[in-house]
Design a protein around this ligand. Structure first.
Ligand code: GLU
Length: 439
């Protein structure tokens, strides 16, 4: 029997294995879509392409069991995740999602898109994401709090103000961030406001954070519209999802003179040829939890939403909404991705061939994490800025990032998505190269 030693290893293994099955490109979900997007950028990375494999593997994946006492005396177990895709440029950063359809593959894709997004707007973060597979609408407030706290405690071994900073995402909000911050602080014996962003303003949160993603969507939407000669005043807009992203973006576009003609969410699809009364609709959503039943609009069949005659379509809900079949029906001149991953790669190609401009998620919805960065900086310095300053800095970063991506797209004759991936992946892989491999 041979003994392992430095001179005589038992097995010589140079790695370069095929990707493990859970990372495989044959995965038809969001992770498979992300891998296809990476493959499109590799030919544009020059010598940095030798590091590209790093983009195809998350750095760290944590799966946690989240057991809690339910109000009826039983114990329920939920499955939670935190994935750090890449931390070359700084701590992991990205939201936490509570949704019944959350899977590891989805959270991996969302964490990877955070790496790209954070690099695209050049905030000093890597990419991360978390989630719990749960329908939070079925939990009482006490159950929701216990689940949030146990989850935070379980992922506490990898998060921290300098390690990985969660934030809100689908179905999570300021209150959940307050519970996460408190739990982490209790466990570490500190008041660590910088461990999460998107907190209540009275607890180290930032002014303007709640509106930031929608404001970013509006900002890049206006920039792109100017490039293609589309007037916002009078433009017809359809929005899918009317929460923190779609609701705010819809409000800003309406204030800019656009007509929000159709809105769809989990509760229904509504239409108003003259343009919806957005403030009244936001009030209705705040009271009823969705757009369904709004009296000052007609109701539409769910699937007809994709045939609506509009100039701008804003998917601001979940992934994989715009499939190839729907892409050939869309009438808009421009799609602004408020959601993460709403367009499949096949649909992307169809939209491009039909000359419909797609503003990809990794730039279009980066306003949220940009103000999260401001929040984190304010927490560290314990010095808080006024809303005017926050919005001005947000708009400056978004315009600057968009202009850089637009130029790459024109120069290299690629879609805005590939252009954003080129800018971002070069930044990520450049830091990878500078840091070198450990050990
Ligand atoms: N969940 C948001 C996103 O997808 C924000 C993340 C953050 O602020 O860290 O970009």
């Amino acid at each position: 029997m041979s003994q392992a030693s430095a001179a005589n290893p038992v097995a010589i293994d140079h790695g370069n294995h095929p990707l493990p099955s859970y990372l495989d490109a044959s995965n038809l979900g969001p992770w498979g879509n992300y891998l296809q997007q990476v493959d499109r950028v590799i030919p544009h990375l020059g010598s940095l392409a030798r590091w590209a494999e790093t983009l195809k593997r998350p750095k760290r994946v944590l799966i946690v069991d989240v057991p809690i006492h339910m109000d009826d005396g039983t114990v329920a177990h939920f499955e939670g995740y935190r994935v750090q895709h890449n931390v070359s440029r700084g701590p992991g950063k990205g939201g936490v999602r509570f949704h019944q359809d959350v899977t590891l593959s989805e959270v991996m894709a969302l964490s990877a898109w955070m790496s790209v997004k954070n690099a695209a707007v050049n905030v000093p973060y890597g990419g991360a994401k978390g989630g719990i597979r749960v329908d939070p609408k079925k939990l009482s407030r006490g159950e929701l709090e216990r689940m949030t706290r146990r989850y935070t405690s379980e992922i506490g071994i990898i998060i921290g103000p300098n390690k990985d900073i969660p934030a809100p995402d689908v179905n999570t909000n300021e209150q959940i961030m307050a519970w996460m911050m408190d739990t982490y602080s209790m466990n570490t014996g500190s008041t660590a406001t910088g461990v999460v962003t998107g907190k209540p303003v009275d607890l180290g949160g930032s002014l303007g954070r709640r509106e930031a993603t929608g404001r970013g969507v509006y900002t890049v939407g206006c920039e792109a519209a100017a490039h293609i000669g589309l007037q916002i005043k009078g433009a017809r807009i359809a929005v899918q999802g009317f929460g923190n992203v779609g609701g705010v973006a819809g409000k800003l576009f309406a204030e800019g003179g656009a007509r929000i003609v159709a809105v769809q969410d989990h509760s229904g699809t509504i239409y108003q040829e003259a343009g919806l009364d957005v403030p009244a609709l936001l009030q209705h959503v705040a009271e009823q939890g969705g757009v369904g039943g709004f009296s000052k609009a007609e109701t539409m069949a769910t699937d007809s939403f994709w045939d609506v005659d509009c100039d701008i379509l804003i998917p601001a809900a979940l992934e994989q909404q715009i499939t190839a079949a729907k892409a050939s029906r869309i009438k808009a001149r421009m799609v602004i991705e408020g959601a993460n991953g709403p367009t499949t790669p096949a649909a992307d190609d169809i939209l491009q061939s039909r000359n419909i401009l797609v503003l990809p998620d990794v730039i279009a919805n980066a306003g949220g994490v940009t103000v999260s960065y401001f929040e984190w900086v304010q927490d560290f310095s314990s010095f808080f800025w006024d809303e005017e300053e926050i919005n001005a800095r947000l708009v400056k970063i978004m315009k600057h990032a968009f202009a850089a991506v637009w130029d790459v797209s024109k120069d290299q004759k690629v879609s805005l998505r590939t252009a954003t991936f080129i800018v971002a992946c070069k930044r990520i892989l450049h830091t990878r190269e500078l840091r070198g491999l450990y050990p």
